[in-house]
Design a protein around this ligand. Structure first.
Ligand code: SIB
Ligand code: ZN
Length: 424
């Protein structure tokens, strides 16, 4: 299929140059960007007064957690997990996960997310939902062994089952990730197993690290070192690791992360809502650490809107440091697009010839996005996910003029309502 998007404001290349141009997509890649492209296409989209942007990459979430949206608010992480989230999760069956993931994916597509990194369980359902919806998905089974050998073996089995399932699915848009949950829930044996298997299979790893002060204290008491030092001494940290949070980090830990090429995924809404803390963004950026952006699950956010997340990053670091020059719009926009792509080794995240066609059209014909002056600023500070009108992933139109074409949205909303009414 070929698609021609005409007369838009194109956010072009890694430097985010805004140019008025057309974008021509052939197959799953961008083949031309230029003025007045006179090329026949199977589908033509008129983008007058609209912005053609790279799609957003949600580098850390738990998509089925939309089922737990609003279940437990206003609590700290450990109490939230132990008293509410984990008991509810024990009740979730594969069918629930499929429908939850589908709802989360619809929400992501509608707010301009074209790829996401997920960690949960019954992930076969998330793979199925992703495949049907047409989104790019990086899926991990979240492993927790709490030092118990029997549990470890069961978690390893689940992980290998998912790996096999995704290999068999053989989808160009769906990839497997290893997902050890965190240093405080995974034994050194399990973490070492993950490292070995990742090296052997060339698959990537996602994990939660240094999210709360409490958890750092716990690791220090147990192992006599900080979480990043602990992981590094196991040989765990390499450039294939995408670690969520990184809120409580020492200078020494930041140095290690930079040296090992680890990506840190910032989740400002979740960190603020759970009262976890403020990530040392400036220090990490200065050290050269790749920082991507994520929403975390909908139970600690409480939505999956990456445009909203960009504004939150920016405002959080400005007020926390009493410095409005920090986390400027362009830096934050790159976090939500090209830095995520870098973490995934994905040839997307920027609009340029030859890149994968993961593109969104944002409607600027709205009062809160006029006058059109600084487009990146408008997206970060003035827009929200509802302003995304069209979403193209891997060269396929998955949402057009606000309507998701690949799945029955109304049915998914009803189904999730029924499931949650029953579960509660
Ligand atoms: N196999 C595991 C399931 C792990 S899935 C990943 C887990 O991460 C949890 N989670 C979601 N957000 C966060 C967070 O911010 N920090 C830590 N854990 C989280 C989520 O609720 C889910 O239980 C088991 O047997 O329990
Ligand atoms: Zn998480």
């Amino acid at each position: 299929m070929s698609i021609l998007i005409k007369n838009g404001y194109v956010i072009y290349g890694e430097n985010l140059d805004v140019i008025r141009a057309d974008v021509y997509i052939e197959g799953n890649r961008i083949s031309k960007v230029g003025k007045n492209l006179n090329i026949g296409a199977d589908y033509v989209i008129d983008a007058r007064g609209k912005v053609i942007s790279p799609g957003f990459i949600n580098a850390h979430t738990h998509s089925p957690m939309v089922l737990l949206r609003g279940l437990a608010d206003d609590l700290p992480l450990m109490e939230w997990l132990q008293s509410y989230v984990w008991p509810m999760e024990r009740k979730l069956k594969p069918e629930h996960i499929y429908w939850g993931a589908l709802l989360g994916i619809i929400e992501m597509i509608k707010s301009g997310t074209t790829a996401f990194v997920d960690m949960y369980f019954h992930m076969e359902g998330v793979a199925k939902a992703s495949e049907e919806a047409g989104i790019r998905a990086y899926l991990s089974y979240g492993m927790v062994d709490l030092g118990d050998e029997e549990k470890r073996n069961a978690e390893i089995k689940e992980t290998l089952k998912l790996l096999e399932f995704i290999e068999k699915l053989d989808s160009s848009r769906i990839e497997f990730f290893f997902g050890p949950h965190a240093p405080y829930t995974c034994s050194p044996e399990l973490l070492k197993w993950v490292r070995e298997k990742a090296d052997e299979s060339k698959k990537r790893i996602t994990i939660h690290i240094n999210e709360t002060k409490d958890e750092v204290k716990q690791i220090k008491e147990k192992y006599g070192k900080t979480p990043v030092e602990f992981l590094d001494e196991l040989g765990f940290l390499k450039s294939d690791v995408t670690a969520a949070h990184g809120v409580w980090l020492t200078d020494r830990e930041i140095e290690i992360l930079a040296k090992k090429g680890v990506t840190i995924v910032h989740n400002p809404a979740s960190n603020m809502k759970l009262g976890s803390g403020v990530m040392p963004l400036e220090k990490l950026l200065r050290a050269g650490v790749n920082i991507a952006l994520g929403t975390d699950g909908a139970a600690s956010n409480n939505n999956l809107d990456m445009i909203e997340e960009m504004k939150l990053v920016s405002l959080l670091h400005k007020v926390h440091n009493l410095n409005p020059t920090l986390a400027d719009a362009r830096t934050v926009f790159k976090m939500a697009t090209q830095n995520g792509a870098k973490a995934l080794n994905l040839d997307a995240g920027a609009i340029k010839e030859g890149a994968l066609a993961d593109i969104v059209v944002i409607d600027f014909n709205k009062p809160h996005l006029r006058p059109i002056t600084n487009i990146i600023s408008h997206i970060v500070y003035s827009a929200n996910g509802n302003d995304v009108e069209t979403t193209i992933i891997d060269g396929e139109i998955v949402m057009l003029d606000g309507e998701v074409l690949t799945i029955d949205e109304e049915k998914a909303l009803d189904k999730v309502q029924k499931i949650v009414d029953e579960l509660r």
